[in-house]
Write a protein that binds this ligand. Structure first.
Ligand code: FMN
Length: 187
C-alpha cells in the first residue's frame, strides 16, 4: 500500500503533522510526506503549456508528484486553517493540478483517468471561524486527483487543546488509518 501525504502546514511538527503522524503509526507500506512550505513546488502560472502538451512546463518537484498521483493508493491532505482556508502553499500545490483539469475539460481527452484512490483530510485550527471553505477547497483537490474522501480528522480548538492532547481527533486519525488499510485489502 502506498500513501502520499501532502502537508500544507509550515510547522513540520505542528498540530496537523501530529495527527498525520498518528495515522502513519498505524499505516503500513510506503509513505511519502511532501512539506509544501519546504519542498520545491511552485504555483501554476497559467502559461497554458498544458492546453497543447501533456504535463506541466514548470520543472520542479511536482513532476515527480504527478507520477505518484497516478501510482499511490491513498492521499492524505493535511492543513491548518489560515484565514479560514487551506494554507497558501497547499493552494499552490492545488493550482498545479490544473493540467489534469485541462486534459479532461479543455482538451476533452476521454482516455485520461488517474488511478482511483482513497483520501483523508486532516484540518486543524486555533478556534477562529468555520472550516467550511477549507473543506470545500479540499473536496475540489480530491476531485481533481480522482480520490474518494473517506473521512476527515478535525482539531479546531488548538489554541486551547493542541492536537497532541485532542483525544477525539487522535482516535479518529487512528480509525481512519485502519480504514485505509482495510479498503486496500478489499481491492
Ligand atoms: C497566518 C495564520 C492564519 C490563521 N488563521 C486561522 C483561522 O482562520 N482560523 C483558525 O481557527 N485558526 C487559524 N490559525 C491558527 C492555526 O490554524 C492553528 O494554530 C493550527 O493548529 C496550526 O496548525 P499547524 O501546527 O499544523 O500549522 C491561523 C494561523 C496562522 C499562522
Amino acid at each position: 500500500m502506498k500513501t502520499l501525504i501532502i502537508n500544507g502546514s509550515p510547522r513540520k511538527n505542528g498540530d496537523s503533522m501530529t495527527l498525520v503522524n498518528e495515522m502513519i503509526h498505524y499505516l503500513h507500506g510506503d509513505m511519502r510526506v511532501v512539506h509544501t512550505y519546504y519542498d520545491n513546488i511552485n504555483p501554476c502560472i497559467d502559461c497554458r503549456y498544458c492546453w497543447h502538451n501533456d504535463g506541466c512546463s514548470i520543472n520542479d518537484e511536482m513532476q515527480e508528484l504527478y507520477k505518484l498521483l497516478d501510482e499511490v493508493d491513498n492521499i492524505i491532505l493535511a492543513s491548518p486553517l489560515h484565514f479560514s482556508e487551506l494554507t497558501g502553499k497547499m493552494l499552490s500545490f492545488a493550482s498545479r493540478l490544473q493540467c489534469f483539469f485541462v486534459l479532461r475539460c479543455i482538451r476533452k481527452d476521454s482516455n485520461f483517468k488517474l488511478k482511483n484512490k482513497n483520501g483523508v483530510l486532516v484540518l486543524t485550527g486555533g478556534g477562529d471561524g468555520s472550516p467550511n471553505t477549507a473543506i470545500a477547497s479540499a473536496n475540489i483537490i480530491f476531485r481533481h486527483i480522482n480520490t474518494k474522501l473517506i473521512g476527515t480528522v478535525l482539531s479546531l480548538q488548538t489554541n486551547d487543546i493542541p492536537a497532541n492532547e485532542d483525544v477525539e481527533a487522535l482516535s479518529k486519525a487512528k480509525d481512519l488509518a485502519f480504514r485505509l488499510s482495510d479498503l486496500y485489502k478489499v481491492v
